[in-house]
Design a protein around this ligand. Structure first.
Ligand SMILES: Nc1ncnc2c1ncn2[C@@H]1O[C@H](COP(=O)(O)OP(=O)(O)OP(=O)(O)O)[C@@H](O)[C@H]1O
Length: 301
């Protein structure tokens, strides 16, 4: 559905995207993770053609590219970006905003009521935006893109400023939209939440995707425990850890279990039970753990 090939973007001498390629399909939620200023928004701007890359192509549905104005219009009918709170009109109501998006993309506003009811916005959606709190504005932004109902959606910080109940409400709706066959990109700093609804999480660094985490079928299994640096050194000198182990962000020791037999796995578990008070867990690395692994020593964080 969407293919990015060898995308490079340079602002003066600063290379922000460097030969980045990616294929994404409908019915997928793709998380995009990186510290501030890495290039998430730049990547969204390239996908939506708000920014022309210095190199590379963006192709939709196997053939459609931003080559002519007509083709751009045709792509933009299929693609909506998450509105910015600053672009809301204070004197219009939430319903007005939703209708605007619905009419612009979908050509009808018949589902607007269903959407705001599902997002539990009935108590305020007919009031002017100037009376809304930050969380209400954010929910409206989500309701607007839901009303646009495009096959591709680019969402930057969709959960910003939402409380736990609303994060969960919007997560559920995102999963429903995915089941309807949409391709949804979510750039987010809310990492644990991404684990729940994203199918893939892409980690962006030095202009490229340095890792793709498959949250549905992770074959990796680690034995994980928190160890202070001096504890880790001591443990490693007593029981030399496998070369492929990870010691993440100066606290998390992860021993890969995938290629070990049961006997060997039990041995490592036994050795670590010496740290009585510590929680010992077994499983794949989560989004927050990958984040620490890739960006902990980054001066940009
Ligand atoms: N118009 C521009 N001119 C010059 N540099 C820019 C421009 N837009 C972005 N940049 C730079 O490109 C880099 C990537 O910015 P971008 O906004 O894509 O990052 P981001 O990952 O979305 O960050 P955040 O998490 O803060 O939203 C930053 O160093 C930024 O300063």
């Amino acid at each position: 559905m969407l293919k990015l090939e060898n995308i490079s973007v340079k602002y003066k001498e600063r290379i922000v995207l460097d030969n980045l390629s990616l294929i994404a399909d409908s019915g997928e939620i793709i998380g995009l993770v990186a510290p501030n200023g890495t290039g998430k928004t730049t990547l969204f701007n390239v996908i939506s053609n708000f920014l022309k890359p210095n190199q590379g192509t963006v192709t939709f549905n196997g053939k459609l590219q931003y080559k002519t104005e007509r083709k751009e219009i045709s792509i933009h009918q299929q693609l909506a970006t998450f509105p910015d709170q600053a672009d809301l009109f204070e004197e219009l109501t939430g319903v007005d905003h939703m209708k605007l998006y619905a009419n612009m993309w979908k050509g009808t506003a018949k589902d607007v009521k269903k959407i705001y009811t599902q997002l539990q916005m009935e108590s305020y959606v007919k009031k002017k935006v100037k009376t809304y709190s930050l969380g209400m504005r954010q929910r409206l932004c989500f309701a607007m893109i839901a009303a646009a109902d495009t096959p591709i959606m680019l969402m930057d910080e969709v959960m910003n400023g939402l409380d736990v109940a609303n994060v969960s409400l919007i997560s559920r709706r995102l999963m429903q939209m995915k089941q309807e066959g949409k391709l949804i990109f979510v750039a987010s700093h809310l990492l644990s939440n991404l684990d729940l609804y994203a199918d893939r999480v892409l980690y962006l660094k030095d202009g490229d995707i340095i890792h793709q985490q498959d949250t549905n079928n992770s074959a990796d299994k680690y034995l994980k425990i928190d160890l202070l640096p001096e504890e880790y050194e001591k443990f490693n000198s007593t029981f030399p850890l496998p070369e492929s182990h990870l010691y993440i962000a100066g606290h998390l020791c992860c021993i890969p279990l995938t290629n070990m037999d049961q006997y060997e796995q039990n041995e490592w578990i036994q050795r670590l039970t010496a740290y009585e008070e510590r929680e010992l867990t077994i499983g794949p690395l989560g989004t927050a753990e990958y984040y620490e692994r890739f960006y902990h020593d980054d001066s940009e964080i």
